[in-house]
Design a binder for this molecule. Structure first.
Ligand SMILES: Nc1ncnc2c1ncn2[C@@H]1O[C@H](COP(=O)(O)OP(=O)(O)OP(=O)(O)O)[C@@H](O)[C@H]1O
Ligand SMILES: [Mg+2]
Length: 408
């Protein structure tokens, strides 16, 4: 894929005289801390070089203060880079005059922030079509574009609602729709999903990937969450103190960390803090061992599930009964549950998903238990496959690497 955004030798220093002594010290190899002490200037970005390919989701990851927002803001010159160039589609953005810059921002880029920044007194339609209004698009065309964008984010029918009537997740969708409505080539997303709770956040990640498959935008996506980075990123860039430590595919980052700092993040993955059962656990449809076939069908129907977990009087899992087997029993006029119960694997919240994946042979849901062995939820194979998605290969490799480690 051709390069869409070329970030070359970009430095951003904050302070009264950014391109003076502070820049000289940075060039001479001084640290961010040293420069701050000696000049009072703050290094935001230190010599960033990134080629973002057309159509990729390029994730910039790093802890708070590492320079992620500063970097993304340099791309559309919300921050003026102290040194270096930004080239988008062959155009040197750093050389644009104010008018050209305004047109570039308006026509080529869309931004989504952590805080939705919707206009509270405008309905969703006007919020989404805001950018088109600025562009001078006529009302009919911009309403149509707003509706298309809302459909993309799953919010058709909310055109006349007001932001306060929507949940946080829905408001963030509106923010995304607003960025998509002008059909920009490049989406700049700064912690766009960070304020959402985990379940909604995963849905948004999925939707972003779906939208990406459909529209092939080039997306610069910022997060401080490694799980999110690995999940949505075509490539991931790890930053610390304004400097880039590594750029690579999620596999590269996990399996071939190039600096000690990146290795620390990978360490977290090894400890199972990233890809764990807790992230995909669902409430289980549960029946007691004394339930009848009719009870089970009721439970399964009311939950819309394909199976129910059977628990003993202490809440411990005994196995699973499937809708299919229960329906067959009913057809036979058989009311007894016992013979229908099939054993399933049991895991805990901190089990690595890669491990659960191995237990999927039967296609039955897996039981999740607490430290006392009581059932607290269920994991469905399809859900985990979706969760693993792109990181599936990675977790497979991780598993191998861990097995190898264990042998040494
Ligand atoms: N407008 C500003 N003026 C002065 N210093 C700034 C400014 N914006 C950012 N900085 C400094 O630049 C560095 C990078 O900040 P930045 O906001 O880019 O970090 P970040 O990675 O986005 O962090 P977070 O995850 O908290 O959003 C920090 O040391 C910060 O203090
Ligand atoms: Mg930030």
């Amino acid at each position: 894929m051709p390069t869409k955004v070329k970030i070359a030798d970009v430095v951003k220093i904050f302070g009264d005289e950014p391109d003076g002594e502070a820049l000289a010290l940075l060039r001479a190899g001084c640290s961010k801390k040293e420069i701050k002490e000696r000049t009072g200037h703050v290094v935001g970005v230190n010599d960033a070089n990134i080629d973002v390919a057309e159509g990729e989701i390029f994730v910039v990851m790093g802890l708070s203060g590492s320079g992620k927002s500063t970097l993304i803001r340099c791309v559309n010159r919300l921050y003026e880079p102290t040194a270096g160039t930004i080239v988008v589609d062959g155009t040197d953005v750093t050389a644009l005059n104010p008018k050209e810059l305004q047109a570039f921002r308006r026509d080529s880029t869309g931004m989504v922030f952590q805080h939705f920044a919707l206009f509270p007194h405008q309905d969703i339609r006007s919020n989404v079509s805001f950018g088109l209004r600025v562009k001078g698009v006529d009302p009919e065309a911009r309403d149509a574009a707003a509706e298309r964008a809302l459909a993309l984010v799953g919010l058709s029918g909310y055109e006349n609602s007001y932001p306060r009537q929507l949940s946080g997740g829905m408001q963030q969708r509106v923010g995304l729709a607003r960025a998509l409505a002008t059909d920009p080539d490049i989406l700049l997303m700064d912690e766009a999903f960070s304020a959402l709770d985990p379940l909604i956040r995963r849905q948004m990640q999925d939707e972003l990937m779906e939208i990406q498959d459909k529209l092939h935008k080039t997306i610069l996506f910022i997060t401080h969450d490694l799980n999110e980075a690995l999940r949505v990123g075509t490539r991931v860039c790890i930053m610390k103190d304004g400097a880039i430590h590594q750029i690579g595919t999620p596999e590269d980052i996990l399996m071939r960390p190039e600096t000690e700092y990146v290795a620390e993040f990978v360490q977290d993955v090894d400890q199972g803090r990233v890809l764990v059962v807790e992230t995909v656990r669902e409430e289980a449809a549960t029946v007691s061992a004394s339930a009848t076939v009719a009870d089970v069908l009721d439970t399964i129907d009311s939950r819309g599930s394909e199976a129910a977990h059977v628990v003993d009087s202490g809440g411990r899992p005994l196995g699973v009964v499937t809708r299919e087997s229960v329906e067959q029993a009913r057809a036979r006029g058989d009311q007894q549950l016992g013979p229908l119960v099939e054993a399933v694997p049991v895991v805990t919240d901190d089990t690595i998903l890669a491990k659960v994946y191995q237990l999927f042979g039967s296609g039955l849901p897996v039981a999740v238990v607490d430290t006392e062995g009581r059932l607290i939820g269920s994991v469905r194979p399809l859900e985990v496959l979706a969760e693993l998605g792109r990181v599936e290969g990675v977790s497979e490799q991780l598993k191998l690497a861990k097995a190898k480690d264990a042998r040494h």
